[in-house]
Design a protein around this ligand. Structure first.
Ligand code: WT7
Length: 653
């Protein structure tokens, strides 16, 4: 019965969006099938893609220590861009693939059909090929939220090049590190990135980055604003002009299901950001399935995810998942609060958006502006709301549901990570009873377990609390860290052998619902942007006046978490307001504006154990303005340091 249902539900190109079971019972039955017999389940789901050679093997995965290996559909071949474009051109060439809404509300929007998407993508593929880019080569994409970002990603996928998108808010240094780590041969950028009425000079940032990269790296430039830029003959390529002259068709490469599709750098608790590697078949099957099912996406719906393509949400739920499903995707260049806090709702009304997916930090910042901005616009086109990126507090959830959703629309809280490719835990809009603040229950194929952090034991009780691990693989999972498989094993599989460790803490309630409580490692989530405290610390100590630095998070009303830095200056250096500003600017330059500390406390000394390890637990408590319960400080080398830090703490809220 179930097998028949599963097979009956499969579709290829034309009906790829027709397989969602809408009944609660069916949804749960699918879940049971997915975890009891993953081979049958995912073998059937693979058929939502158009394969060149359909896979005969489904799951071949091991979480075993020193032998972590993840392969899905390994003998299948396909092309991701053909799945996202060509098969829709064959059936619906004039359907709009991308609606682009520019930063400036007075500038015209663009509507790009699937046929045009094919042409633009092919033109970039042809330019890349003409400049020597081959299968397996790495291409860094450093672009604003413009359609060319999607074209460039798909153009890489088309010829089998591996893209690595770098968020436009990252500094030249961060860009250079990513170009060098992936040994990229091309970086695609634009002249300028307008956003919220300001502009970021992407080309000049790239010029600065390339000073630290190999001479062989070429720079392709999209003429976006048309502003004046510096030009390096022989290295810089005018992409806009070359696209005009390039052929509008390019055949697609046959790729193995396990060939890398992209690298995306993300922060961890130690060292430099790591290159998360996602591959082709499993990733696309998983993102297209989750996009369709978790958001109940129907043909004709207008899908808007407000993320930036520089983050994984943009990869999975602006580009790959929705386009694989033949969706109409809205892409927005601007920010929620410019020129006024009604911009999101104006855009929803203007383009008759049906699905709106955003982040808690955006919702909280709009909530703070009052409801008149929401009430001013007609939001009757909306059918569903989404939230992702960090735990959503029930107040924000309720405001979103009440004022944007008029008390009627489901709010889909999707919990996942760069590493997981797509959703791990999230409700189904028709099958799950929602609870504000909970991501609810696992998606098909996901086996969450709650582990006791001190014993490392899996806790069987339904109602419990601990760290969140996943017991088995799913097709969208990352495969390795670029160039460092050992780091992949050590980061995710060493802590709790046999399990994938998410780095998050969680609570599971009596109904089996999951409530993510945030990171348990030294990773911060600031406005939904993920940052390692170690990265910010090494940026700070790279400044000549800084002797030592420790960075922790503290609760922040809008951002979720704020960045709190304790800084010990070199002997003889005077702590001044001006120096504080200088250090803020320094971190912005080293990493990017998102890493700028919110609070810097001058720390004559840091609390350390006798063996010299910084006691972050204590620093976190002081930053949270919760120093009543510091716990055991008897192992401190110099307890007097703590008194001093409390005395001069920066957060007294
Ligand atoms: C971390 C992953 C998932 C795409 C965007 C962020 C936190 C993410 C939720 C949610 C509670 C969430 C976790 C996770 N997180 N979504 N719905 N509820 N926490 O991807 O940059 O890789 O960050 O974001 O802490 O580990 P990312």
């Amino acid at each position: 019965m179930l097998d028949h249902e599963l097979r009956g539900a499969q579709g290829t190109a034309a009906d790829a969006t027709a397989s969602a079971p809408t009944e609660g019972e069916a949804y749960k039955r699918y879940y049971d099938a997915s975890v009891t017999d993953p081979d049958t389940f995912w073998g059937a789901q693979a058929r939502r893609l158009t394969w060149i050679t359909p896979p005969t093997k489904v799951k071949n995965t091991s979480f075993e220590k020193d032998n972590v290996s993840i392969k899905w559909f390994e003998d299948g071949t396909l092309n991701v861009s053909a799945n996202c474009i060509d098969r829709h051109v064959a059936t619906n060439p004039d359907r709009v693939a991308i609606i682009w809404e520019p930063d400036n509300p007075k500038a015209p929007a663009r509507h790009i059909t699937y046929r045009e998407l094919l042409e633009e993508t092919c033109r970039i593929s042809n330019v890349l090929k003409a400049h020597g880019v081959r299968k397996g080569d790495r291409v860094v994409i450093y672009l604003p939220m413009i359609p060319e970002a999607a074209f460039a990603m798909l153009a890489c996928a088309r010829i089998g090049a591996i893209h690595s998108v770098v968020f436009g808010g990252f500094s030249p240094d961060s860009l250079a590190n990513r170009i060098n780590d992936s040994d990229a041969s091309v970086v695609i950028t634009a002249d300028f990135a307008p956003r919220g009425g300001k502009t970021t000079p992407l080309k000049s940032n790239t010029d600065a980055a390339l000073l630290h990269c190999s001479d062989k790296v070429k720079c392709m430039v999209v003429r976006h604003t048309g502003g004046q830029i510096h030009w390096t003959e022989g290295r810089d390529i005018d992409l806009t002009e070359e696209m005009r002259n390039a052929p509008s068709y390019c055949s697609y490469a046959e790729m193995g299901a396990e060939d890398p599709l992209f690298i995306l750098y993300t922060s961890g608790s130690t060292g430099k950001p790591k290159g998360v590697v996602h591959t082709s078949g499993g990733y696309l099957a998983y993102t297209s399935l989750t996009h369709e099912v978790c958001f109940d996406y129907q043909p004709g719906d207008i899908w808007w995810c407000t993320a930036d393509v520089g983050w994984v949400t943009g990869h999975s739920y602006i580009v790959y998942g929705p386009l694989a499903n033949g969706a109409t995707v809205l892409m927005f260049e601007g920010i929620p609060t410019w020129p006024d806090p009604g911009r999101f709702w104006e855009v929803v009304d203007k383009h008759k958006v049906t699905h709106f997916h955003s982040a808690p930090t955006a919702i909280r910042s709009l909530m703070a502006q009052g409801t008149e901005w929401v009430d001013k616009h007609d939001l009757s086109s909306l059918k569903l709301l989404g939230t992702v990126g960090e735990p959503i507090n029930p107040e924000a959830w309720n405001w979103y549901h009440q004022h944007v959703g008029k008390g009627k629309l489901p709010v889909i809280d999707a919990y996942w990570q760069t590493e997981t490719g797509g959703h791990l835990i999230c409700p189904h809009p028709k099958a799950t009873t929602l609870k504000p603040g909970s991501a609810t229950t696992p998606f098909w194929g996901i086996k969450p377990v709650v582990v006791d952090a001190s014993s490392g034991e899996v806790i069987e009780d339904t109602k419990t609390e601990g760290v969140l691990c996943i017991a088995d693989s799913w097709p969208g999972q990352m495969r390795t860290v670029w160039g460092d498989h050992k780091r992949f094993e050590d980061t995710y599989f060493a802590q709790y052998p046999g399990l994938y460790f998410t780095g998050d803490g969680c609570r599971r309630d009596e109904d089996g619902y999951y409530w993510i409580t945030g990171r348990v490692d030294d990773v911060l989530n600031v406005s939904g942007h993920r940052m390692g405290t170690a990265e910010i610390e090494s940026a700070l100590v790279a400044h000549e006046v800084v002797a030592e630095a420790a960075v922790v998070g503290y609760p922040h009303d809008i951002k979720g978490q704020g960045i709190y830095a304790y800084v010990t200056l070199m002997r003889g250096v005077e702590p001044t307001e001006e120096l504080r500003k200088q250090l803020e600017t320094w971190v912005r330059q080293e990493i990017g504006p998102i890493a700028k500390p919110d609070l810097i406390q001058w720390a004559p000394g840091l609390p350390k154990t006798r063996s010299g390890k910084i006691m972050r637990r204590i620093l976190r408590k002081i930053a949270e303005n919760d120093f009543g319960a510091l716990g055991d400080i008897s192992t401190l080398a110099d307890p007097g340091v703590v008194e001093e830090l409390i005395e001069n703490r920066m957060n007294r809220g």
